[in-house]
Design a protein. Structure first.
Length: 129
């Protein structure tokens, strides 16, 4: 199925510049045009409130606020403009315990690093469908 993704707004929250660059490139190839980047969960929540993205891609391990803490802010903070925005968490943690913790804290989808473009697109497609 072909999706018209050019109008969707995406927020990437990752503290590693190479991952930011890779994700921006992949999302551009997929058809996304409106992409914002934040370096950690604190900046990510600020940009989330201002940019009001349709989707958030976030790393788990960041400082001072990690991806799980930012997810909880998006889901529970009164300043959050949309508590139901889908969040894809990217991490090297793949144990059942970590996946369940992320789910229980409000993460919509989970992508284990390293992942392929197909893996990421599959998660995006699942959220869209």
């Amino acid at each position: 199925m072909t999706y018209k993704l050019q109008n969707a707004k995406i927020l990437i929250v990752d503290d590693m510049v190479p991952m930011q660059t890779l994700l921006r490139s992949l999302l551009g190839i997929f058809g996304f045009r409106d992409i914002e980047i934040a370096r950690n969960g604190e900046e990510g929540f600020e940009k989330f409130c201002m940019f009001q993205p349709d989707l958030v891609l976030a790393d788990w391990i960041m400082s001072p606020i990690d991806g799980i803490e930012m997810t909880q802010m998006i889901r529970n903070d009164p300043r959050s403009p949309n508590r139901f925005t889908p969040i894809i968490l990217m991490t090297g943690y793949s144990s059942r315990m970590h996946v369940e913790e992320a789910r229980d804290k409000g993460v919509t989808e989970f992508v284990v690093k390293p992942f392929t473009a197909r893996d990421l697109f599959s998660k995006l497609e699942h959220i869209i469908e």
